[in-house]
Design a protein around this ligand. Sequence first.
Ligand SMILES: Cc1ncc(COP(=O)(O)O)c(C=O)c1O
Length: 447
Amino acid sequence: MLDKSPASAVSAPNDLAAFWMPFTANRAFKRTPKMIAGAKDMHYFTTDGRKVIDGASGMWCTNAGHSRDAIAAAIASQAKELDFSPPFQFGQPKAFELATRIAQLAPAGLEQVFFCNSGSEAGDTALKIALAYHAIRGEGTRTRLIGRERGYHGVGFGGTAVGGIGANRKMFGNLIAGVDHLPATYDRDKQAFTKGEPDYGAHLADELERLVALHGANTIAAVIVEPMAGSTGVLPAPKGYLQRLREITQKHGILLIFDEVITGFGRLGYGFAAERYGVTPDMITFAKGVTNGAVPMGGVVVRDTVHDAFMTGPEHVVELFHGYTYSAHPLACAAGLATLDIYRDEKLFEHARQLETVMADAVMTLKGQPNVVDIRTVGVTAGIDLAPIADAPGKRGYDAMNAGFHDHDLMLRIAGDTLALTPPLIASDADIGEIIDKVGRVIRAVA
Ligand SMILES: Cc1ncc(COP(=O)(O)O)c(C=O)c1O
């Protein structure tokens, strides 16, 4: 039985039992809640009146900082003007405007945007488009989907199947059939304490040739990877890896999907990481930062040739039997347009490029702190691996998250025993300094 009484020091609702919280240690949370009442710019405000600096951009999404007035105003006025209109067979102007703005941020050739409501839906949408693309072109044998070990593409059946984080898969049986995985790109012995993309690991893309030899190129529809694997604990792509993957996929007629749910909208200093790496995939999935986290939204930017392949047949017939009631929801579109204005007007992608060095230098000062076995950085993001407590993997990371929130007024994200730092792109050098100082204290607290 859960103790339904609130923790004494925290002003919180007096019944926490009904909400089954996602990706949360529910029993521990409900014993000692971490409760948030408000947020502005770089900070959260807790229900017990503390100001907590956000080292995680919410969950990699509030790139422009929290509760931005312009986004709130856009949502409010949209709710009064047009709350909802059907996205199937009908349109509303802001959906088209936002699609155009997003396509402009993507590499040339990726010209159409399909909207959904989350990164998970974006992943499943991209995989379904890949399957359908091959089917309509008469290559219906191409049904195999290739992900990567340690990859994360959300929690739909498709995204879970191509994902490579063991814990996310193990409870859920067979998922979907016909999936294979590239190896993860991380090797601590060869990459530890690297700033930016590691030198070692481009050759791991060649594993795709092995999978092609094993299964036959004519059975493979698509490869999906994150340009920087975030949820598994910040694994930047090795130098040259993504280029190599592009060459091999192109050679074999396999579609390449970049999952940019985290890396999109400035996290790596560009509208999309594809630009940073000079690699044009066939589809890019996005979510999170598109609305600065203020309204759920996701989507897929699609290569024009892929899109155009569907635009055949009688004009009254639906070309792609896929979509969501809330695809291109008016509130999300209004939030998205206001968000993109902020990114542009405040030059946040450029600022992120400057912040990258500040962040990398600052976080590397934590080398030598107790239990720190690796630090990785890329863009405005860092992963700090702590040595696990014997027989309790994940416990040190979990304790660090709690110590950060309760004792050091710091919001951290964790992936097992890895601390993930990914502050809003509006952060000043001083904010980065404060976050790293607090992280150091947290690391010592859990030593
Ligand atoms: C790379 C990547 N893809 C997909 C997702 C899933 O997004 P959502 O939680 O919005 O479904 C995430 C979430 O963190 C992500 O990091």
